[in-house]
Design a protein around this ligand. Structure first.
Ligand code: 4NP
Length: 156
């Protein structure tokens, strides 16, 4: 079976979705599951940039180097290349639904819907706050990544 392909999408692809991508890769690797993981932004202002230094720092605290990632904007082909597209907040999900082709392959979903009790919740944008916001972002995307991998294990 082909590896399941997951795309994590926020607004800028420099703060939240690179952390979601990294947490998901780490959780899948820990479970011994091969996956394809990527991230993107609904906006393109930061295309080509590294993740925000505060995201790089929080990932490093958890032993993961995300400094090699580069931001990109979501593109039409993503809706066919990925099995799952996970939106970090409800606005990102609405924006994705607006640009999604009618018969794309990807299942669109709010990321925290994967976590029991957290349905409908946003991973809030930590961009304008302090480092504690990034720690919280990590905890949230980590919890969701673990559940997504559990779902893969159960359906394997
Ligand atoms: P992200 O955070 O969506 O988690 O990458 C943001 C980063 C930059 C901007 C907005 C959100 N911005 O407007 O520049």
């Amino acid at each position: 079976m082909a590896e399941p392909a997951f795309l994590f999408v926020c607004l800028g692809n420099i703060c939240r979705s690179p952390l979601a991508e990294a947490a998901f890769r780490a959780a899948a690797a820990a479970a011994g599951i091969s996956v394809i993981a990527d991230s993107a932004g609904t906006g393109g202002w930061h295309a080509g940039e590294k993740p925000d230094r505060r995201s790089i720092a929080v990932a490093a605290q958890h032993g993961i180097d995300i400094s090699g990632l580069r931001a990109r904007q979501v593109e039409r082909g993503d809706f066919d290349r990925f099995d799952h597209i996970l939106a970090l907040d409800p606005q990102n999900l609405a924006d994705l639904r607006r640009i999604a082709p009618a018969n794309g392959r990807a299942r669109l979903r709010l990321l925290l819907d994967a976590v029991p009790g957290w349905q409908g919740r946003a991973v809030d944008d930590p961009y304008y706050g302090g480092p504690e916001g990034f720690a919280r972002t990590w905890d949230e995307v980590r919890a969701a990544a673990d559940r997504l991998v559990e779902e893969l294990v159960q359906t394997r």
